[in-house]
Design a protein around this ligand. Structure first.
Ligand code: SF4
Length: 353
């Protein structure tokens, strides 16, 4: 860090507010509430630094972040809490006419879409680290109370962290208006250490999902993204474990790596002694074959496990590119298969009668 720059773990310049999101074919939410810029979980495949955080490069430079993409995971800047501004954004979302909303968002606010709502702030000063972590938890708690009491909006929680457990009572107070989910691509801790190096281990996430289910929450799981190394045995084991937590929806997508990340992942895999199949990214054809094969395998396994009706696939939009469609033996059939997946609306629990 240069002298005069601030530590990249600290406070951001702009407060946390609800904003419309730009999801395409995801069926996750209509709005996002992001509590921080950056994310301590440092997932190697994360699309956020290249699609969103890179737009903050100038401001991040003031915190000593030279390259927001290469440094992903090393900076986390908590957005300050400004209740007046938050309430204005909540009211604006609440007032949005339903006809203007994509129905696939289920009129939900998602925490979070460009960071994790539950994370540990690893500041070099342990006291400050604790303060920041607690401040972020307080902010999430207050924002949720306001959404619950001052609006009719739904909430989708998405995290990789067991820290969420301390808010289970609050989640339960939303009834059918809140769904709680975690990302669980694999049960293999060695793979998670390569692809999600600073996120809590899959075993911890599974235990948290089970606790959420036992606490009566409406649970969903994002088996996303799965990795080329997730073979049939691993996919089956993961889906069996997911079935046990009684999810309302299981989202799935195979990894879609950005070219510049493949080399970084390969280096990390080698350092940890994990053999990786980065060859699937060698050509667009090998990526297409890998993606389609992973999607089909998950469709088959979920059917065998009796939860095919809850599977929500996220085929990448590039799988609809002309060169992919034309390479199929039955292009019309393939196109309609894709459209059906893209238009599917994910499950939302009903109000108790
Ligand atoms: S937890 Fe989510 S936002 Fe954070 S690095 Fe991983 S994928 Fe990106």
């Amino acid at each position: 860090m240069h002298s005069g720059t601030k530590e990249p773990i600290g406070m951001w310049t702009h407060p946390a507010v609800i904003t419309a999101n730009n999801f395409v074919h995801k069926s996750l939410s209509n709005w996002s509430l992001n509590i921080a810029v950056g994310c301590a979980h440092a997932c190697r495949f994360c699309y956020v630094p290249s699609s969103s955080t890179n737009k903050q490069a100038d401001r991040l430079a003031g915190f000593g972040v030279e390259d927001p993409d290469a440094g992903w995971g090393s900076y986390v800047l908590l957005r300050p809490w400004d209740e007046k501004k938050f309430l204005a954004s909540l009211e604006a979302a609440e007032r949005t006419p339903r006809r203007l909303l994509n129905p696939d968002g289920n009129r939900a606010v998602m925490l979070c879409t460009t960071t994790d709502p539950y994370q540990v702030f690893k500041h070099s000063d342990p006291t400050r680290a604790k303060e920041l972590t607690q401040q972020s938890l307080n902010m999430v708690h207050r924002a949720l109370e306001l959404i619950r009491d001052r609006s009719t909006l739904n909430v989708r929680i998405m995290t990789r962290s067991p820290l969420a457990r301390q808010h289970f009572d609050l989640f339960r107070s939303f009834g059918h208006r809140l769904v709680f989910g975690m990302s669980l691509p694999t049960l293999r801790n060695d793979l998670a250490r390569v692809y999600e190096p600073a996120a809590p281990a899959p075993s911890q996430r599974l235990a948290t999902l089970q606790a959420a289910s036992d606490a009566g929450l409406n649970v969903y799981v994002a088996m996303a993204p799965t990795y080329p190394e997730c073979d049939e045995q691993d996919l089956t084991a993961t889906l069996r474990a997911i079935k046990a937590v009684k999810p309302i929806t299981v989202f799935h997508e195979p990894i879609n790596i950005r070219a510049d990340n493949v080399a970084r992942i390969a280096i990390q895999g080698k350092a940890l002694g994990v053999t990786l199949r980065t060859d699937v990214f060698d050509s667009r054809e090998s990526w297409r074959d890998y993606s389609l094969s992973a999607l089909k395998t998950v469709v088959r396994i979920t059917r065998e496990l009796g939860m095919g009706d809850r599977l929500h696939l996220w085929p990448d939009k590039k799988l609809g590119a002309a060169w992919v469609v034309e390479s199929m033996s039955k292009p019309e059939q393939y196109r309609s298969w894709l459209e059906k997946r893209w238009k599917r609306i994910s499950e939302w629990p009903r109000a108790a009668a």
